[in-house]
Design a binder for this molecule. Structure first.
Ligand code: HEC
Ligand code: HEC
Ligand code: HEC
Ligand code: HEC
Ligand code: HEC
Ligand code: HEC
Length: 498
């Protein structure tokens, strides 16, 4: 007994379609088996086995009926007639069973496949590693953040089909811009149309969970010969002193549901804020503050869109914080990853981070030769005796540099301001600079004690201590008269120190 198929199925087009479909099915199974054991690179395998190969499979399947239709058309005089299926004819019966089992199998496999595609495209690995150089800075910073175990999509997509589709559409555009090398370096920020914090951050952190005071113990090293240590202990007034008072005062007062703050920015990175409006939703009280040193021009007022303040206006770097050298060099000295015993190492390290190197390799090279030659020239005896210390300093600086600065993508702290403080970036002082005045004369305050108390400051052997609950008057580590009261910290502090 021979296996019969309709005549129309016997043509080279349908035949090659069947072969293509079968081969890609086998390959899909093969790659799927590999991916079960794969450690890294699973996202590349995933792309092949769940996106590219199924495409080819479908193409092959389409060729089968296309070939059949073509032969029928060639043979029949009235092509509009539908094919007749008679299950009593053996060739029809065979074709019918092949078609129905094939379709069922295909539907099952595509359900499985789409599920895998969904998972794949939502995975941290997919977002972080697929476009390697492009996402490397974000992915690296992310891995060193408090959110290293929160998936990218939790903040960037959130829940709901609407945002899922939107993100995939913009994802398609991103694939295009990466393929044709059209993406900006650095990738522009703030992210346009980032989903509001209410629908992302607030699923894990919610305003009704109140924070009270928070301690910060900062250790700085001055750029002098001894790398003098300078400590500052602060109490940040995150919320009210007692959590039962909720969001009535303190830094998180801005997210009190009764508080509505809108602003207009004069630049795309939202660093210049000449116009702020505060509305108390409960009482209807409203103040509009204008920066009297830098007033918004009429054009801005007409064109700019107002933005409602949310978590991300302060916490704009919750997971991609590119630290300035002034910050990471201090951290390296604290952990002794850069030995404090090396004279002038603080200022030298900062100097080496300043140039915009073309590649990571050239930066690494500059650090190695810069540190080595500095000590050979200026401290030859020390350099000879302390080779391990010098090597340690080089390694320490190189490691932190690679975690924070990415020459290939032009990513460095200055490209991505962090709005949480006011030392290296304007941050809070975008509004709290003492110049934002409302028509009734009230000012968005710049009083140091509104946001924090200074409990202790000074060098370890000469610390000033405050009495409990009181704040010391800030003492600037080097004498700059009262400049720190008059101008913004950022006028001198740029992340590299003056
Ligand atoms: C905790 C939330 C969170 C997580 C997790 C997160 N991001 Fe982000 N991401 C943000 C915020 C907030 C911004 C910047 C918002 C702004 O300034 O508009 C941002 C910005 C970005 C940008 C724009 C460039 C920049 O640095 O501003 C890229 C690209 C990006 N994220 C990729 C990723 C990738 C890839 C992952 C996962 C490896 C990830 N993000 C995980 C919150 C997150
Ligand atoms: C899926 C849950 C989740 C989401 C979504 C999320 N976070 Fe977090 N967040 C966490 C976890 C977990 C921690 C770590 C807590 C810890 O280390 O004790 C954290 C820590 C933090 C901290 C303290 C960070 C630090 O450096 O110590 C801040 C601030 C924060 N998140 C802000 C945000 C903001 C802003 C967003 C939205 C862009 C966000 N989070 C979205 C889970 C989340
Ligand atoms: C006006 C600016 C501002 C806004 C708006 C803001 N925060 Fe904060 N938040 C801060 C500051 C400042 C800190 C303290 C940072 C530090 O300790 O370095 C902080 C700390 C936190 C912490 C860590 C608390 C801890 O005990 O360490 C979390 C979590 C957090 N914020 C979540 C949020 C969430 C969620 C939102 C939005 C609903 C939000 N914040 C809105 C300024 C803000
Ligand atoms: C977009 C503008 C804006 C930014 C940015 C901003 N604030 Fe405010 N802040 C305001 C306004 C407006 C008020 C209310 C002023 C008033 O009515 O006196 C306020 C009030 C406060 C108060 C007093 C709340 C109380 O107890 O009544 C604190 C504390 C505060 N801000 C801290 C911060 C910190 C810390 C940052 C930076 C992390 C920051 N703010 C960033 C606009 C801003
Ligand atoms: C609107 C709120 C606000 C005002 C006003 C303010 N600060 Fe701060 N300040 C902050 C916040 C928030 C941080 C913590 C930043 C962080 O978490 O990294 C901070 C941090 C600091 C630090 C520690 C910096 C470091 O990295 O060690 C010093 C010092 C400081 N402030 C001094 C001052 C002085 C002096 C004034 C008055 C001229 C002032 N601040 C006014 C909000 C404020
Ligand atoms: C007129 C310029 C100027 C202004 C304004 C200024 N500083 Fe400084 N600051 C300096 C100089 C100079 C040093 C010493 C570091 C150096 O010489 O590189 C320094 C050092 C510091 C250090 C030790 C830093 C380190 O890690 O090396 C802290 C902390 C600091 N300043 C805080 C502040 C704060 C907070 C403000 C704003 C309230 C401020 N400064 C405003 C010039 C300034």
């Amino acid at each position: 007994m021979s296996f019969r198929l309709p005549h129309s199925a016997k043509n080279w087009l349908s035949f090659s379609g069947a072969v293509i479909a079968l081969l890609s099915l086998l390959l899909i199974i093969f790659f799927w088996l590999i991916s079960l054991n794969a450690q890294g690179g699973a996202s590349y395998l995933g792309i092949i086995s769940y996106i590219i190969l199924p495409g080819i499979l479908i193409f092959g399947l389409i060729l089968i009926p296309a070939g059949m239709l073509r032969t029928r058309k060639k043979r029949q005089s009235i092509p509009e007639r539908w094919p007749e299926i008679d299950l009593n004819v053996r060739s029809h019966r065979n074709a019918f069973f092949i078609f129905t089992t094939g379709t069922l199998l295909f539907v099952f496999l595509s359900a499985f496949g789409s599920y895998e595609v969904f998972h794949l495209s939502e995975s941290v690995e997919f977002c972080g590693t697929l476009c390697h150089t492009v996402m490397n800075p974000e992915y690296t910073a992310y891995q060193h953040s408090a959110h290293a175990r929160v998936a990218c999509v939790e903040c960037h997509v959130g829940s709901g089909a609407n945002w899922y589709v939107r993100s995939k559409l913009s994802g398609l555009y991103q694939i295009y811009s990466v393929t044709f090398n059209k993406f900006p370096r650095p990738i522009s920020t703030p992210v346009k149309n980032l989903r509001p914090a209410r629908e992302t951050c607030e699923r894990c952190h919610w305003p009704q969970k109140f924070y009270t005071y928070n301690q910060k113990n900062e250790i700085h090293f001055l750029p002098d010969k001894q790398n003098t240590t300078w400590k500052i202990d602060l109490t940040l007034k995150l919320g009210a002193r007692h959590s039962s008072q909720g969001l009535s005062e303190g830094i998180h007062w801005h997210i009190n549901p009764d508080v509505h703050i809108e602003y207009m920015a004069a630049d795309s990175t939202r660093q210049e804020i000449p116009w702020v409006r505060y509305t108390n939703i409960k009482t209807g009280e409203r103040h509009t503050f204008i920066d009297d040193e830098n007033p918004p021009d009429s054009l801005l007022k007409v064109n700019a869109k107002t933005r409602t303040m949310d978590c991300m206006d302060c916490h704009n770097r919750p997971s991609h914080d590119y630290r300035p050298p002034s910050f990471f060099v201090n951290s390296l000295l604290i952990t002794d990853s850069i030995p404090k015993a090396l004279p002038e190492i603080k200022s030298l390290a900062m100097e080496l981070c300043e140039p915009e190197y073309g590649t990571n390799d050239s930066a690494m090279q500059a650090m190695r030769s810069g540190i080595t030659s500095f000590y050979m020239q200026n401290y030859p005896v020390l350099a000879e005796k302390n080779v391990p210390l010098i090597k340690k300093a080089i390694r320490g600086l190189q490691t932190s540099y690679q975690q924070n600065i990415f020459p290939e993508m032009k990513v460095r702290w200055s490209a991505y301001p962090n709005n949480i403080g006011h030392l290296e970036f304007k941050g809070c002082f975008r509004c709290h600079n003492g110049n934002h005045v409302s028509s009734d004369g009230s000012v968005i305050t710049r009083k140091c004690t509104v946001c924090h108390l200074i409990n202790a400051q000074g060098t370890p052997d000469k610390m000033q201590l405050a009495s409990y609950g009181k704040s010391l008057k800030f003492k600037h580590p080097v004498d700059i008269d009262n400049e720190w009261e008059e101008s913004l910290c950022t006028e001198c502090h740029t992340g590299l120190n003056p």
